[in-house]
Ligand binder design. Structure first.
Ligand code: GA4
Length: 331
């Protein structure tokens, strides 16, 4: 159930478009978290696509619906009300502008940090315009996502046989873990599509800088991922499942064995898309370097050493579609 009619952006000048594609991602790996073979399927999917879908995840539907309802209530507010929670610097309410370097998309969003050091004072949430009850629902959801992300990372560690089961998940369990959370609303944009026959870009193509991201959306299409050969394929929506992305940091931690997946979102012409994304990042001081236990004898790191703080600092100076890892690759 999505009731979002009011146009949130007045015009679409300067927002990029692309030709519609009919490629549907039919080979999407589906991971049943209750299946004893899940870890093998996860590792294969991370190598081939950097992307997979999770079913039997145990997160109750009502729980997800509650957050979606709060998001809809927020995005349905009059613009001046929403703007009380903005501008995003980098957290808060944003409309069309993504990041600080001129990227635009057909999207409005709320970006939260769940790192208490960055975002709260004496345990009190400080983003204006967001109620305590909304914030507490966000926190409960984020904690369920953290648990799922950790479970997946533990399965990965087991399958790769890279030492203690928590070698990766401890980076997200750390109380200083730098995770953030995003609610996106992509309003329909029938006018432009009818005029040009092209798709408006909701969120431009990019890779996620963190270790792992978990996406959930309502039943509206739009998400696309790039395959290894660069072909864009559309991911069929499934509101009862979660989609998991490998991020840049996990690509580095596995010395390139896993692929940080390039993805984007196209705006639709009929329905509003609402998505919620958990981004699991390590503590700022953590060194992002290939895990010694993964390296084969004589294997060299593909990357120069850096901390998550270095990477974030560099990322915030880039455009959305930039190859951020490129700056850290050994020449
Ligand atoms: C992409 C993934 C997440 O949405 C995000 C984005 C962040 C932002 O919206 O502020 C960035 C983008 C993302 C990477 C490059 C910089 C920073 C916008 C941008 C142009 C929250 C993140 O962590 O990195």
């Amino acid at each position: 159930m999505v009731v979002l009619s009011q146009p949130v952006v007045e015009n679409f000048a300067h927002i990029k478009t692309c030709m519609p594609t009919s490629n549907i991602f039919t080979e999407i790996p589906v991971v049943d978290l209750l299946d004893p073979d899940a870890k093998t399927i996860i590792v294969e999917a991370c190598k081939e696509f950097g992307f997979f879908k999770v079913i039997n995840h145990g997160v109750p539907t009502e729980y997800i619906a509650q957050l979606e309802d709060e998001a809809i209530k927020f995005f349905n507010l009059p613009k001046p009300e929403k703007e009380k929670s903005g501008p995003p610097n980098p957290f808060g309410y944003g409309n069309k502008k993504i990041g600080l370097n001129g990227d635009l998309g057909w999207v409005e969003y709320l970006l939260f940090s769940t790192n208490p050091e960055l975002f709260s004072q004496k345990g009190k949430f400080i983003l204006p315009g967001i109620s305590e009850s909304f914030w507490s629902i966000v926190n409960e959801y984020v904690s369920a996502m953290r648990n799922m992300a950790c479970e997946v990372l533990e399965m990965i560690a087991e399958e790769l046989k890279i030492g203690p089961r928590d070698i990766l998940s401890k980076l997200l369990r750390d109380e200083k873990s730098d995770t953030c959370f995003r609610l996106n609303h992509y309003p329909p944009c029938s006018e432009l599509q009818a005029l040009s026959g092209r798709n408006l870009i909701g969120f431009g193509d990019h890779t996620d800088p963190q270790i792992i991201s978990i996406i959930r959306s309502n039943n509206t299409s739009g998400l696309q991922i790039a395959l290894k050969d660069g072909t864009w394929v559309s991911v069929p929506p499934d509101q009862s499942s979660f989609f998991i992305n490998v991020g840049d940091s996990l690509q580095v931690l596995t010395n390139g064995r896993f692929r940080s997946v390039r993805h984007r979102v196209l705006a639709g012409s009929l329905n509003s898309r609402i998505s919620m994304i958990f981004f699991g990042g390590p503590p700022l001081t953590e060194k992002i370097t290939p895990l010694p236990s993964i390296m084969e004898q004589g294997e060299e790191s593909l990357y120069n050493e850096f901390t998550w703080y270095d990477y974030k600092k560099s990322a915030y100076g880039t455009r959305l579609s930039d190859d951020r890892l490129g700056f850290f690759e050994k020449s």
